[in-house]
Ligand binder design. Structure first.
Ligand code: IPM
Ligand code: MN
Length: 365
């Protein structure tokens, strides 16, 4: 049996509700494929602040680095909002991404046929959407140098954060995007603000020249404002979207409204080597925590991405995706995607139904 070590970092809030569901799905789908998965739970975020006084303990980072894949929940809690930056829960996430050098963030957005009624757009606009946002993750404005606070000549307080992208940073994320586009519908749309930002000007130049290496990929460039409009006007035109860390953050939440809930969106953060980080796009959701109402599907679909991109176990990934589809066929819906005529269930129950679907497949496949 192939053995894998998975670092499990539930973090804060609803991370503690959705991650156990994802772990159960990993374990069962893995065992059906003859994989031996070992899980080790580690603290991150507010939980770690309470425990050891820092958001990303040394041990968590070391063990994450030595694992085969990292499954992450969410970080952040109102209690810590006024902490200095280095003691904020979300700093842990940025440090973990930097520490594991996961520069590419894959955020697929698909409208399941069973869920077309959950969209915030018109049904005929959302139908059939299947796109992948490739977001640069360890550079750009999030990781700016210089940055900080100062006082200008007028004595006015100033906060600043300078965006830069190097050719090397653009090339490595663009390479990932071209390779993924090639395996999809061979359409790549690069999103920037090249009319204003220097980083974007370089970005567009590098993507344009890399396109020469991929004659089979149809490449387009959109400005971020136009891209935002087109994403809700006609999302089906998009296949693979390549963009920077900040535009990608905004576009992925915007795109969540196409299927209708951020509770459906999984993500993978990958580097050149070493373990990837697999996490739902949603946050710790303080408003919803403790009520057993949140949607575990974003976490479960992140578990599928963990198999696919992290462990290269495609059949285990497919098992999970088929189980999710089966649960939706059987009519189960959490509150965020509930529509008339379907069965409203909580997070735990949704998890049980996923296991049931996974199990059922043993006899049918
Ligand atoms: C996300 C989150 C993070 C980001 C925050 C928590 C730092 O919003 O993963 O989309 O902006 O990358
Ligand atoms: Mn975000």
């Amino acid at each position: 049996n192939k053995r894998y070590n998975i670092a499990v970092l539930p973090g804060d809030g609803v991370g503690n509700e959705v991650i156990p569901v994802a772990v159960d799905a990993l374990r069962l789908a893995g065992s059906l494929e003859g994989l031996d998965l070992r899980f080790e739970e580690l603290p991150i975020g507010g939980v770690a602040l309470d425990l050891v006084g820092v958001p990303l303990p040394e041990e968590t980072l070391t063990k994450a680095k030595n694992s085969d894949a990292v499954l992450l929940g969410a970080v952040g809690w109102p209690k810590w909002d006024n902490n200095p930056k280095h003691l904020k829960p979300i700093t842990a996430l940025l440090q973990l991404r930097a520490g594991l050098e996961v520069f590419s963030n894959l955020r697929p957005i698909t409208v399941f046929p069973q869920l077309v009624d959950s969209t915030f757009l018109r049904k005929d606009t959302a139908e059939g959407v299947d796109l992948m946002i490739i977001r640069e993750l360890t550079g750009g404005i999030y990781n700016a140098h210089p940055r900080g606070f100062t006082t200008n000549e007028q004595g006015d307080e100033v906060g600043f954060c300078t965006e830069s992208y190097s050719a090397t940073e653009v090339d490595r994320i663009a390479r990932v995007a071209f390779d993924i586009a090639k395996q999809r519908r061979s359409k790549l749309c690069s999103v920037d603000k090249a009319t204003v930002l220097e980083g974007s000007m370089l970005w567009r130049k590098r993507v344009t020249s890399m396109a020469l290496e991929y004659p089979e990929v149809e490449v387009s460039h959109l400005l971020i404002d136009t891209a935002a409009m087109d994403l809700v006007r006609h999302p089906r035109q998009f296949d693979t979207i390549l963009t920077g860390v900040m535009f990608g953050d905004i576009l992925s939440d915007l795109a969540a409204m196409i299927p209708g809930s951020v509770g459906l969106l999984p993500s993978a953060a990958l580097g050149d080597s070493g373990p990837g980080i697999f996490e739902p796009v949603h946050g710790s959701a303080p408003k919803h925590y403790g009520k057993d109402t949140v949607n575990p599907l974003a976490a479960v679909l992140s578990a599928a991405m963990l198999f696919r991109y992290g462990l290269k176990e495609e059949s285990a990934a497919r098992r999970i995706e088929i189980a999710v589809s089966d649960v939706l066929d059987r009519g189960f819906r959490t509150r965020d995607i509930h529509t008339p005529g379907t069965a409203l269930v909580g997070c735990k129950r949704m998890g049980e139904e996923i296991l049931r679907s996974l199990d059922a497949r043993v006899s049918t496949s």
